[in-house]
Design a protein around this ligand. Sequence first.
Ligand code: T4K
Length: 370
Amino acid sequence: MTRPPVYVTRPILPPLEDVYSLLQEIWQTRILSNGGPILQRFEAALGQYLGVDHISMVGNASMGLVLALRHHGITGEVITPAFSFVATSHAIRWAGAEPVFADIDPVTLNLDPVEVEKRITSRTQAILAVHCYGTPCDTAGLQRVADRHGLRLIYDAAHAFGVRENGRSICTSGDLSVLSFHATKVFNTFEGGAIISPDRETKLAIDRLGNYGIVDETTVLETGLNTKMSELNAAVGLALLPQMDSAIATRARLANHYSDALGDVPGLRAVCPPGRAGHNYYHFPILVGDGYPISRDALYERLRQDGLFARRYFYPLISDLPMYRDLPSAAPSMLPVARRAANQVLCLPIFPDLDPVDQERIIGIVRQPC
Ligand code: T4K
């Protein structure tokens, strides 16, 4: 009997009855949006869960990134990785600024501070770094570069829900961090996201910018946008939060099993090997290199033949896409590490209810693809 397809991820959902009781509240109050009571409870509960004090909920991380850049008035050059989801660079353009690509570290696949410093010009205003797959960036190294050159440091923390470093949320690094709660993420509100601010004043300014710049009924202070999260999305998030510790623990167990089972395969390297305290195992990326019997793309196709849909996050490089490839920093010779990663990476399915039988099927094919 053929088994159902297995995708790279599958969202977790809260118990329907918990959402239903929140929906009943919405139906009674008729407060559907604009910072309603459920959103406020969600904001407080999420802050407590993550260990951060100042959160602004947004409709998705893409809008959150635009808002973060706009809040700091960034319209010049922004140094960012080409090895990321396209939303990272698109947000820079939507904010009215220009991406400048810098190469990544070969181990973490995150921005390399040394490469960042090489790309700084008189027009550079900010660094937009990505905690790729939830692995923390070299936050100290990037902060040193930012401080030396008077740059803003903003984190695309779309992958980094719940990630901690030295006992603190990774989202307390830099000037601002932006989380994604998209369906495909570790934690979801169907669509959604959040901006983590360092203080209350910044949080309130960001809330205002995401609510058209409105101060009160007759005062509009700036050209804001509508980036608000609805009560419906907030209800899903509030109901899902209690499951998150066990969901992340299950991801860690699955990642451990992949690591143990694939650790001795010649030509393969796991990008996020388990054992790192505070990781969330959003993806299980492997690099398919020399010494492996077939190419990355052949392995991707081989898995697909059996209904196992691994994904090449992130291929192609953003710098190879038509709207970016003419930028000077997009020249292929300038991003050798990112290019190699994009050509070798394959994210194996990982999500809390991955059936152990399916994980064994994936492991079996990856160990012996021919
Ligand atoms: N920055 C970074 C670094 C990001 O990775 C992202 C988003 C963003 C910023 C922007 O965040 P948001 O604005 O989205 O909040 C997916 C996601 O759509 C995207 O959110 C995510 N990164 C990116 C890495 O992956 P696709 O085009 O690969 O998604 P899709 O539809 O192919 O979904 C992958 C698999 O997930 C499907 O094969 C099946 C499963 N799935 C998907 C959805 C949407 C489900 O089971 N249920 C679902 O509802 O981009």
